[in-house]
Ligand binder design. Structure first.
Ligand SMILES: [Zn+2]
Length: 477
């Protein structure tokens, strides 16, 4: 049973990874154009469009309360790696704003609620193809030591065919110019199809941690991946076929990398001694070169039933040696990683049984969405991987105090028929979310109507409940 569920989860992970990767060799993935400042959808600097709450005191732009202290440092940005929205999973914070990728395009959000612009200053650029400075197709985005970095898969196009060149890291100046390839994430030159590792690399204190052929490696930022140090796991390419080719192995471990202070963590979906495939957290002490298993997803006997029992927690966050985790269909828990004691932080089911959470160092913001139901089985599909709906955010402090209950309904005034919300990240006193609206629009030429999708990035002030649209992408299908 666990195996089946894990396989389904893995499929979802791969699906997300694939859809998140813009450099697909079929060339079908063109960059989606967001609304630039000319499109008049950016409210931050003018304040002319208020959110629908009626209590909007957020002035946006430079007057909004910022939380960029330490953003110029070298640490993994924990709260920027919480996105629950597949098209906006790559985010990082700089001294004066946020960088993010939507579709394949990099954007800059000025201040906490200011203008959103493509990260491209080329005159007359339509920001529509690979010639644009903002075009990235990245699967990871970092800000480290005052520079923006992104990782992506590269391909060489010859006629109609594409050759895989492997994964590389690029450095970019803060204004989007000066892009240069600074390192590879391949230990050996790629010949043909790469192995199935889509696990996101992270950068922490000058080291890049990345997964290659199923094993975890570390190498200095901008260093030579060929000299990377293997930290954990066996290289799956050992004994592989021609050119390092190895068929997809469903038992290959998948990593979610993390860092907190001196410790680097990785969450693995891996086969346990009892044969079950569970989420397991390992702690790496780089100085001591030690790796230790510190946590395993609790089973229902310990914490009660939840949506994806036995496979994965819904969302988690490691801070100061404690893992905080939310179980959709259950509650909010934490485990002291030094002592292994798991305790309930809050009875979140009293507010909402299901949901999607994002964490920061201060808060857990919980959206009351619910699992998507497979109409054929009447069960959540696929095993809790997708959520929909949601109209209220519950803001908990990490000590379990329910601080706010914030309705999102005000957005309906400006956005129309909202189908679902996706929490993207929480920073300072704000939660950023995507409102996904689906509308029927006429097909040009009078051939009936079709569904048009519009995604709006919105900012919810956790103190006042004021909500405002920051930018939107229309006709996003
Ligand atoms: Zn451009």
């Amino acid at each position: 049973m666990e195996r089946k569920m894990a396989a389904a989860l893995l499929a979802v992970l791969l699906l997300f990874s694939l859809t998140g990767c813009g450099t697909r060799p079929d060339g079908a993935d063109t960059a989606q154009k967001g609304s630039g400042p000319e499109s008049t959808q950016v409210n931050g600097t003018t304040g002319t469009t208020q959110g629908g709450s009626g209590a909007d005191t957020d002035q946006g732009g430079s007057t909004a309360r910022l939380s960029f202290q330490g953003a110029d440092g070298w640490d993994f940005q924990k709260n920027m790696n919480q996105s629950a929205f597949g098209s906006m999973g790559e985010l990082c914070k700089a001294e004066t704003g946020y960088y993010f990728q939507f579709g394949d395009t990099l954007y800059y959000l000025e201040g906490a609620a200011g203008r959103v612009t493509e990260l491209c200053a080329k005159p007359d650029c339509a920001h529509e193809n690979e010639d644009c400075n903002a075009w990235a197709g990245a699967f990871a985005l970092w800000y480290s030591g005052g520079r923006l970095y992104f990782a992506r898969r590269d391909f060489e196009k010859r006629g109609e065919s594409f050759t895989e060149l492997g994964k590389h890291v690029y450095a970019v100046d803060p204004d989007g110019t000066g892009r240069r390839q600074v390192m590879s994430l391949e230990l050996q030159p790629v010949r043909g199809r790469p192995l199935s590792s889509f696990d996101n690399p992270i950068c922490h204190r000058g080291q890049v941690y990345f997964v290659y052929n199923g094993a975890l490696y570390a190498v200095p930022l901008e260093g030579d991946a060929g000299e990377a140090e293997r930290i954990w796991g066996e290289d799956y390419s050992a004994g592989g076929g021609e050119g390092g080719y190895t068929a997809y192995d469903p038992n290959e471990p998948h990593y979610t990398l993390w860092a907190d202070g001196e410790t680097v963590y990785f969450m693995l979906i891996a086969t346990q001694e009892n044969g079950a495939r569970n989420q397991t957290l390992y702690a790496v002490e780089p100085a001591a070169k030690s790796v230790k298993k510190v946590w395993e997803v609790p089973d229902g006997e310990q914490v009660g039933p939840w949506e994806t029992t036995g496979v994965s927690v819904s969302q988690w966050y490691v801070l100061n040696g404690t893992i905080y985790f939310y179980l959709s269909g259950g509650d909010f828990w934490k485990t002291d990683l030094a002592h292994g004691e798991t305790v309930k932080v809050a009875d979140t089911h009293e507010q909402t049984l299901y949901g999607t959470a994002v964490f920061s160092d201060e808060y857990m913001c919980l959206l009351n969405d619910h699992p998507m139901i497979n109409p054929a089985t009447g069960e959540p599909w696929p095993e809790g991987g997708f959520h929909e709906g949601g109209d209220t955010v519950y803001v908990y402090r990490l000590d379990g105090t329910l601080m706010r209950e914030l309705p999102l309904g005000g957005l309906w005034d400006t956005l129309g028929e909202i189908e679902s919300f996706y929490p993207v990240f929480c920073d300072g006193d704000a939660l950023y979310l995507i409102a996904d609206a689906g509308r029927m629009v006429p097909i040009p030429g009078g051939a009936g109507s079709q569904k048009s999708r519009m995604d709006a990035l919105c900012r919810l002030d956790l103190e006042t409940g004021a909500i405002r649209e920051i930018t939107r992408w229309e006709n996003w299908t």
